[in-house]
Design a protein around this ligand. Sequence first.
Ligand SMILES: [Cu+2]
Length: 198
Amino acid sequence: MRKAVQLDRWSGPVRTKKAFGRTVKAFLVACLAGTAIFNQVAPATAATIEVKLMQTPAGNTYFDPAGVHIAPGDTVRWVQIEGFHSITAYHPSNDNHELRIPVSAQPWDSDILLAHFPKRGATFEHIFTVPGVYDYFCKPHEMAGMVGRIVVGDPGDGPATKPFGHAPSARWKLVPEAARKAFPSVAEIMQKGTVRVP
Ligand SMILES: [Cu+2]
């Protein structure tokens, strides 16, 4: 693909005027096309953090770890271990659930992971760029308290730092009681970096 070749040039050494011209052109083409050129120059420190999707033989379901502190640009990779799970952001676009991710962040919904990737070890990934607190849940197990919280950089003062039911006039679906109790606190996540279900 022509575009891919140009992007490769952008990341290569610039030795001549002609090459520099091509590089600038490639950059402009990429910008105009709205491609992910910034992924090409993402900081080398961007990390991938794994969270396991768990179900014990006794039927306990949880994200492991339930809470993580990551840096903007990091990727979280959820890994299927056992059970039927989804990884779904608390966001009105996901079945009118309460907004509990930063206002300017993109919501996500993996849907039931096993429906698409029936194997143990199947994964779902999301890249977190907007700083703040992100709350998410598992569709089949939200009522049982299968929820997770990710803090990206500075927690700030976004929706997930506010009490549950913070916008009653919006008539969003409320976070069930069992789920409310299952979130690790932002303070604990900031202190420990990783918070696992006891
Ligand atoms: Cu689940």
